[in-house]
Design a protein around this ligand. Structure first.
Ligand code: IFM
Length: 520
């Protein structure tokens, strides 16, 4: 459906009025300090967004992750994770920051859940720290760790919010890295044991599970190019890690289902739509390989029991450690498909040209090998993050149209699954402003969400079955190697005293969650 027609229909349905760019311009005039953000290229005109409606029962939510918010890094029997080890090393994280305290969510979870409730949220996506449950990654569960998450879940349910549990958001117990980390195939079994413990102990409270956050990213960054812990950079280790994680996804799917009859299992993949640099056949084929490697590698493995065609020539299955019969282990008929949306890529064939592209914007990273192979000798593409749209403070291009393209593409390719947007957000450094009575006037974040959600609504109107959207993040938090130098929260956190201030974008998002339509 084209944008004009879509907006005409949805406004008629909502009985909405068109109010020209109102909320954003007004807030800026009052602040007297900033100009209204300009219209974002690739998005529905701002003046036409008001009134765009979402389906009844749509789940508005927010997300966090254990290491980024919890703190309490060594309390109640928790073991060391690879992020604890890495952050405690010298020179790894900007400003020497660590997640030792983070947002102290471990102790302040009740107040944070009250915030979610105040903002009318219906879904809370969080992750469990494996090292709190099994301090060294295997063996008997740590009761104190389980009790903690039981208390958190009770508070979430009491607030009328659906808990969405990610089992693994990058904080591998160090004990398992000491056994070889994700390239070691044994980790698939250990992960399934952990998943079984969680489903058995928490399955009465949690029904929505996603085994891994961004599996391509943590395997590639941690083992392929070594810019995240465990800081290893060997492409064959990355390939092995890919396969172990894919086996672990299948094994954990079955372990969760076996332990909890109410469980539904999906995913939390990172995805960024790829657009060919030129219309040449080579660039279009490279874009298909990029999509297979970055976006659908694990999804395809789960739903089809085989890997998508991400490679030029023979796939490196031997290097990956693929064995006969593995397709049955990888296969997992996910109940729904979850993915994040932040930005996009322009993709071309490596084409024999010497490349040296290296872009690192927070957790979105592209690195060429520097020779003629593009990213690597197997996929042979070159992916770049463009800057046609405005850049966030993390350097990521704002490209709202991408969520429409991605959601409709995944829907087409995988037989119209139920979709959850598991993360979407932007980094801006706005702080409480004295002249606004201490409010945080973060207009650019509101503009980002308005524009992106208008495109998501258009994808829904065109038949994609999207049932939930999780803003990243409930609050400013530890942004991995960038430490606390990037703020993605809809709530401002003052790290000196842990005071939370809901930003204007958070208040807007909270109002929208009640109205179920875009406004102001
Ligand atoms: O903070 C991260 C999160 O952990 C994973 N997805 C992207 C976010 C912003 O970079």
């Amino acid at each position: 459906m084209n944008r004009r027609k879509f907006l005409g229909n949805t406004l008629a349905a909502a009985g909405g009025t068109l109010i020209s760019g109102r909320g954003i311009a007004h807030a800026n005039e009052k602040a007297g300090a900033m100009q209204p953000p300009p219209q974002i290229p690739g998005s529905v005109p701002d003046a036409e967004v008001d009134g765009v409606r979402f389906p009844d029962g749509f789940l508005w939510g927010m997300a966090t992750a254990s290491y980024q918010v919890e703190g309490a890094w060594n309390e109640d029997g928790k073991g060391e994770s690879i992020w604890d080890r890495y952050a405690h090393g010298v020179g790894h994280i900007k400003g020497g920051d660590t997640g030792d305290v983070a947002c102290d969510h471990y102790h302040l979870f009740k107040q944070d859940i009250a915030l979610l409730k105040r903002l009318n949220q219906k879904s809370y996506r969080f992750s469990i720290s494996w090292a709190r449950i099994q301090p060294s990654g295997t063996g008997a569960p740590n009761e104190k760790g389980l009790d903690h998450y039981k208390r958190v879940m009770d508070a979430v349910l009491e607030a009328g919010i659906r808990p969405f549990c990610t089992l693994y958001h990058w904080d591998l117990p160090q004990g398992l890295e000491d056994r070889g980390g994700w390239p070691n195939r044994d980790l698939a079994g250990y992960f399934a044991d952990y998943a079984g413990i969680l489903a058995k102990e928490l399955g009465d409270r949690i029904t929505v599970w996603a085994p891994f956050n961004m599996p391509w990213a943590f395997t590639y960054y941690g083992y392929g190019i070594g810019i995240h812990p465990p800081n290893r950079a060997k492409f064959s280790d990355f390939l092995k890690a890919l396969h172990t994680v894919s086996l672990a996804q299948g094994e954990s799917f079955r372990a969760i289902k076996a332990a909890s009859s109410k469980a539904t299992v999906g995913s939390a993949y990172s995805m960024a739509p790829g657009y060919p640099k030129t219309d040449s056949e080579a660039d279009r084929a490279a874009t298909a390989r990029y999509h297979a490697m970055n976006n659908t590698f694990f999804l395809h493995a789960a739903l089809k029991g085989k890997y998508p065609n991400a490679f030029v020539g023979d796939p490196p299955y031997e290097l990956m450690g693929v064995r006969a019969g593995d397709e049955n282990i990888m296969r997992a008929p996910l109940d729904w498909v979850g993915f994040h949306y932040y930005t996009r890529r322009i993709v071309s064939d490596a084409g024999g040209a010497r490349g040296g592209n290296r872009q690192q914007y927070g957790t979105e990273i592209e690195a060429d090998t520097g020779d003629t192979n593009g990213r690597d000798p197997y996929t042979r593409f070159h992916a770049v993050m463009p800057s046609e749209g405005p850049l966030t403070h993390a350097g990521l291009e704002v490209w709202p149209r991408g969520i429409y393209d991605l959601a409709t593409q995944i829907s087409r390719e995988y037989d119209h699954p139920i979709i959850e947007i598991t993360e979407c957000g932007c980094c801006y450094m706005d702080t409480p402003y004295e002249k606004e009575n201490g409010r945080v006037p973060d207009e650019r974040r509101t503009a980002f969400f308005r524009a992106t959600l208008a495109e998501l609504a258009r994808a829904i109107a065109d038949g994609t079955n999207v049932r939930a959207f999780h803003a990243w993040s409930l609050m400013d938090n530890f942004e991995w190697t960038d430490g606390y130098s990037q703020r993605y929260g809809l709530t401002y956190v003052d790290l000196r005293d842990q005071k939370r201030t809901v930003k204007d974008s958070g208040l807007w998002y909270g109002r929208m969650a009640v109205l179920n339509r875009l406004k102001g």
